[in-house]
Design a protein around this ligand. Structure first.
Ligand code: IPD
Ligand code: CA
Ligand code: CA
Length: 259
């Protein structure tokens, strides 16, 4: 493993550990909640605090890197040149507010457009999923095996709520019928983790932001899984994407059902 990946991995894990401890210590505190675009697009003081902490840490240790953060404390990114960090301070903010669980802190590092390191930290379980390019994916240091290449009718599908409720996606719901069952967790990061673990065969979701998909993409690449847009093109991390994270077999079936 390149030395710079190794040392950066150690630093990132320390940051996550420290921030995670503060989040857990304040999990029952009163939140300040603000609406962003719509009533279910919310941000809390905790989302903002986590992102500010991460941005401050990155800027201190890696001053020439650029950062794309969901809450806007990073940079505006128009290309993927050099080292770019993706930060989603709380993925699953609605779950964080309403359930106090089922959310994750997410980070990913890209070098010249290639995913090299990614982190999905399940705060309430103190469980860290991480990946380094060429080194696979691990959970708290334990390597994840490549999942079996299951077909859609051998496993469950996860999706986002838009696919369930918006009329324009009526035709997509037949994919759920072809699977053994449907699951909605409400956190793109946690859904990526379920695909990586092989406990669901595919996650399909519309209009995901770059920070929602940047960490999961490396998990898929490292575990022999597929990650594409609905049109079978590679993900574009400078735009929103309709994505498929899946086993090879399920991916092929989903592409067929979509076209
Ligand atoms: C959201 C979650 C959700 C997905 C949304 C995302 P956020 O992220 O990942 O599962 O369906 O599209 O925006 O806003 O909670 O960080
Ligand atoms: Ca998110
Ligand atoms: Ca978020």
């Amino acid at each position: 493993m390149p030395e710079n990946f190794k040392s950066r991995d150690k630093i990132i894990k320390e940051w996550i550990n420290e921030i995670g401890r503060v989040v857990l210590a304040n999990i029952d505190s009163q939140l300040e909640i603000e609406q962003k675009t719509t009533p279910n697009d919310l941000v809390t003081n905790m989302d903002k605090w986590i992102e500010k902490e991460l941005v401050k840490n990155i800027r201190t240790v890696f001053p020439s890197d650029r950062i794309l953060g969901e809450e806007g404390f990073g940079d505006s990114i128009e290309d993927m040149k050099g080292t770019v960090w993706f930060v989603d301070p709380i993925d699953g903010t609605l779950n964080f507010i309403l359930q106090n669980e089922n959310f994750a802190l997410m980070l990913a590092v890209y070098e010249d457009g290639i995913a090299v390191q990614s982190y999905i930290y399940v705060v309430t379980l103190d469980r860290l999923y991480s990946a380094i390019k060429g080194e696979g994916v691990s959970c708290d240091g334990q390597q994840l095996p490549e999942p079996r290449d299951s077909a859609l009718n051998e496993g469950m599908l996860a999706t986002n709520s838009s696919i369930m409720i918006e009329e324009k996606y009526d035709h997509i719901r037949k994919i759920a019928k072809a699977s053994l069952g449907l699951r909605l967790i409400g956190s793109a990061g946690l859904e990526s983790v379920e695909v990586a673990k092989g406990s669901i065969v595919a996650y399909i979701a519309t209009n995901l932001k770059p920070w929602d998909v940047a960490p999961g993409l490396l998990f898929m690449e490292e575990l022999g899984l597929k990650a594409t847009q609905f049109n079978n093109e590679p993900l574009n991390l400078l735009e929103n994407n309709n994505i498929i994270f899946a086993t090879k077999k399920a991916h092929q079936e989903i592409i067929k059902l979509l076209n």
